[in-house]
Design a protein around this ligand. Structure first.
Ligand code: PMP
Length: 451
């Protein structure tokens, strides 16, 4: 096959369908072959340009090929730095660690140890599970309904979604799912915003009840804003309660910041909104400045595992560390976390207005630039908490109508019915307006097509 034969979308997509695994996912919903990318835009093989509000599933905080990222990568090459060093240290790594530590709350940074993991978010979560089990000598893990932590055996065991796990036998045992404060579909059937208090009470009771059936946990793991579960922000008070409850009982709290981290939610790290200090945080996605990298940062008291307890070949990606350093510096210098908060607010206000126009928009929620629009069928009966049944067919039609109009966004959440926006933090106000215009048009056309 020559390059000429590969010169359009259709040929590449056909080749992909023929040769790639049945497990491939995004191309099924976003049928595009990307030729070039810059900032918030990608251009396909046929020359059509799209807004990329998926941005590598939240990875590309500065968008595609940001000049500071490109310069950092090129500098590694110019300076003849090693590209790969296992976990052997280098000046590039030292600068990266300094940069991360300088962004952490002092209370955490002063006592922090860092483990480089290899190189996916899932691997860093695996490391976190092993760390807390080793440090506590316990095995029970408390996780949450709707949580997503990865696609490996261990991380899938602590993730909520049934679809990928139902065919895989023998997942990690002793994992227990707690109710996440999902106000629109309150697990306790409550109509107001009070459901999170019941969740805290339930969890505290369960930990203290000698007949709860759940042994003293090695850790609790949570996302401050659930990503794959449907862009669901946890109330601040609930997060503070989770910290109090775990702290009082000597249970390490692992915060999965893989999707929320590095400015996306309006703070550098999402846990900062609640003013809490976790025991472990896990970072990946944005931290490598577009390149694969993951790290776990944890309190020194947990550092009880042996040399070599968590290894892996690809833990020394120097280009990713340099790109990550450049990204962190740029975000801090330009206060992009504040920009993310402002742009997110603008989007949420506009989407809530759209909700008055379309009964099919059941809920609009988010924190910073991590936004969810839950698509429902308002012709059906309401649940106890006032929610309507999800409408996955309409959600996927909206996604397709957006795509046709040059906007890439993800659909996820319960039953694949939540439109998820994860644009790069550099999105401008004009681009926000344009993206909202496309969404409004797409919703209108999609709703009409269902009538
Ligand atoms: N945790 C969270 C919160 C995530 O969003 C993801 C990826 N979507 C992961 C873990 C897993 O990361 P990776 O795909 O790099 O293994």
């Amino acid at each position: 096959m020559t390059v000429k034969d590969l010169a359009n979308n259709q040929t590449l997509l056909a080749q992909q369908e023929k040769r790639e695994s049945n497990a491939r996912s995004y191309p099924r919903r976003i049928p595009i072959a990307i030729s070039e990318a810059e900032g918030i835009f990608v251009t396909d093989m046929d020359g059509k340009r799209y807004y990329d509000c998926l941005a590598g599933a939240g990875t590309l905080a500065l968008g595609h090929n940001h000049p500071v990222v490109i310069e950092a990568i090129e500098k590694i090459l110019r300076d003849k730095r090693p590209l790969h060093t296992l976990d052997i240290t280098t000046p590039v790594k030292e600068e990266f660690v300094n940069e991360i530590y300088s962004n952490l709350p002092e209370q955490f940074a002063d006592r922090a140890k860092i483990q480089f993991c290899g190189p996916t978010g899932g691997d860093a979560i695996e490391a976190a599970l092993k760390l807390v089990k080793t440090a506590t000598g316990r095995s029970t893990i408390l996780t949450f309904q709707g949580g997503y932590h990865g696609s490996t055996h261990g991380t899938m065991a602590i993730s909520g979604n049934h679809a990928p796990k139902q065919y895989v036998q023998g997942l990690m045992p002793d994992t227990h799912f707690m109710p996440y404060p999902y106000a629109y579909r309150c697990p306790f059937g409550m109509k107001d915003e009070e459901g999170h208090r019941v969740s805290s009470t339930y969890i505290e009771n369960l930990l203290d009840d000698p007949e709860s059936g759940i042994l003293h946990p090695a850790a609790m793991i949570l996302e401050v804003v659930q990503g794959e579960g449907g862009s669901i922000p946890a109330p601040i008070e609930w997060l503070q309660e989770m910290r109090r409850i775990t702290k009082e009982r000597g249970i390490p709290l692992i915060i999965d910041e893989i999707q929320t981290g590095i400015g996306r939610t309006g703070e550098m790290f999402a846990f900062e909104h609640a003013g809490i200090v976790p025991d472990v945080i896990v970072l990946s996605k944005a931290i490598g400045g577009s390149l694969p990298l993951s790290v776990m940062i944890y309190d020194q008291d947990l550092d009880k595992w042996n040399p070599g307890a968590h290894i892996g070949t690809f833990r020394g990606n120097q280009m990713a560390m340099a790109a990550g350093t450049a990204l962190l510096k740029f975000i801090k210098e330009h206060e992009l976390h504040n920009h993310a908060a402002a742009m997110g607010k603008k989007m949420i206000v506009a989407l809530k207005e759209m909700q008055h126009q379309f009964g099919e928009i059941g809920d609009v929620r988010g924190r910073g630039l991590m936004i969810g629009v839950e698509i429902v069928d308002p012709t059906q009966g309401q649940s106890a908490s006032g929610s309507y049944p999800s409408h996955p067919a309409l959600a996927s039609r909206i996604q397709r109508e957006c795509f046709n109009r040059g906007l890439i966004l993800e659909v996820g959440g319960r039953n694949g019915s939540v439109i998820r926006l994860l644009p790069p933090l550099i999105i401008t106000e004009e681009q926000v307006t344009d993206v909202l215009r496309i969404i409004e048009e797409a919703v209108k056309v999609a709703v009409e097509s269902m009538e």
